[in-house]
Ligand binder design. Structure first.
Ligand SMILES: [Fe+2]
Length: 286
C-alpha cells in the first residue's frame, strides 16, 4: 500500500540571535526549535516535508535568520522545508539571508510546490508594519491561478488564519482581514483544499471553516492562555508542533507538545497489541 503523504507543521518559531538581548523574547526558542527538529528527525518513516507558517524569527534581523538557518542546517533533516512569513518577519532580511535573493525584496513571499501528491501553496499573509494580515496587490490573482493549475489536493499555508467572524473588524489584528477573508472564501470554494495551516495567535485551535479544516498551531515561543481571552492576552509557557497525514478520507493532524515533560508510564509495542487482537478475533471465530 502506498504511504500516505505526511508532513509537519511548525509555526511561530520566533528564534533570535542569542548574542543580542531581546526583552520581547520570553523563552529559549533556539533550544525549543533544536529539540523539535530532533523529534522530527526521529519520525519513521520520514515526513515528506515541513511547513513553517511564519514568525520564523522574533525581531526580523539578518542575524536572527542566520540563527534559524544554523539550527535547521545542524538538524540535517534531509526533507524539504517550506517557509512562510508572518508579522515578525522582515521580507528583505529573510530574502537576503535565507534565499540569497537581492531583487524584489519588498514583494510578498508567495510560493508553491507539489510534494508527494500534495500541492502546497504558501501565501504570504503578512503586511509590512501591520500585526494583522491580508492580501497585497496581485496576491489574490496569484492564488487564484495556483488553485486552478491542477486537481491535486491543496494545502494552504498562511500565517494569519481567515477571520472566523467576517464582521469582526476590531479583531482583524488577529487574523487575515475581514474583507480579504471573504475573497479567500470564494477563491477556495470547490478547489480540493484539504486544509489551511496557520499560526499567529499562539494556541492550538481547530475550526471547520466553510468545510475546510483550519488548524492553528501553538508555535514555539509563548502560549496564549485561552482561559483569559478575550479580556487579557496572558502568555504562558507552552509550545509544540503538529504531525499531519493525508488519507483518502481527509487530513489528520496530531499535536505534539515540546518540551516533552511528560513522564513515561508504560510502553507496549503496537505489533503486540495487533497480535493480541488477531488472536482474540481468531478465538471468537472458532
Ligand atoms: Fe508569533
Amino acid at each position: 500500500m502506498a504511504k500516505h503523504p505526511t508532513f509537519v507543521h511548525l509555526t511561530d518559531i520566533h528564534v533570535g540571535n542569542p548574542e543580542i538581548l531581546d526583552t520581547n523574547l520570553y523563552s529559549d526558542t533556539s533550544t525549543t526549535l533544536t529539540a523539535i527538529l530532533a523529534d522530527i528527525k526521529s519520525i519513521v518513516p520520514k515526513p515528506d516535508f515541513i511547513v513553517a507558517s511564519g514568525d520564523l524569527v522574533n525581531r526580523g534581523e539578518i542575524s536572527d535568520y542566520e540563527e534559524l538557518q544554523r539550527i535547521f542546517h545542524e538538524a540535517d533533516l534531509g526533507i524539504p522545508v517550506l517557509f512562510g512569513l508572518g508579522n515578525h518577519d522582515v521580507r528583505e532580511n529573510f530574502y537576503s539571508s535565507i534565499l540569497g535573493r537581492d531583487t524584489g525584496l519588498q514583494k510578498p513571499y508567495d510560493h508553491d510546490q507539489v510534494i508527494n501528491g500534495i500541492h502546497v501553496i504558501v501565501l504570504d499573509s503578512s503586511i509590512p508594519n501591520r500585526i494583522g494580515g491580508g492580501f497585497e496587490d496581485g496576491q489574490a490573482e496569484w492564488l487564484k491561478a495556483k488553485l486552478g493549475e491542477n486537481d491535486l489536493p491543496k494545502l494552504l499555508v498562511m500565517h494569519h488564519g481567515p477571520a472566523l467572524d467576517e464582521d469582526d473588524v476590531e479583531g482583524q489584528w488577529e487574523t487575515f482581514a475581514c474583507a480579504d477573508t471573504i475573497v479567500l472564501r470564494d477563491l477556495l470554494k470547490d478547489r480540493n483544499v484539504i486544509g489551511i495551516v496557520s499560526g499567529h495567535i499562539h494556541f492550538d485551535r481547530v475550526s471547520n471553516w466553510y468545510g475546510i479544516p483550519l488548524v492553528v498551531g501553538i508555535g514555539q515561543h509563548a502560549a496564549t492562555d485561552v482561559l483569559h481571552l478575550p479580556e487579557n492576552l496572558r502568555m504562558v509557557s507552552g509550545s509544540g508542533f503538529a504531525l499531519c497525514k493525508l488519507r483518502p478520507s481527509g487530513l489528520t493532524i496530531s499535536f505534539v507538545p515540546q518540551p516533552a515533560e511528560r513522564r513515561e508510564l508504560h510502553v507496549i509495542p503496537l505489533a503486540a497489541i495487533a497480535e493480541l487482537e488477531r488472536q482474540r478475533l481468531a478465538a471468537a471465530a472458532e
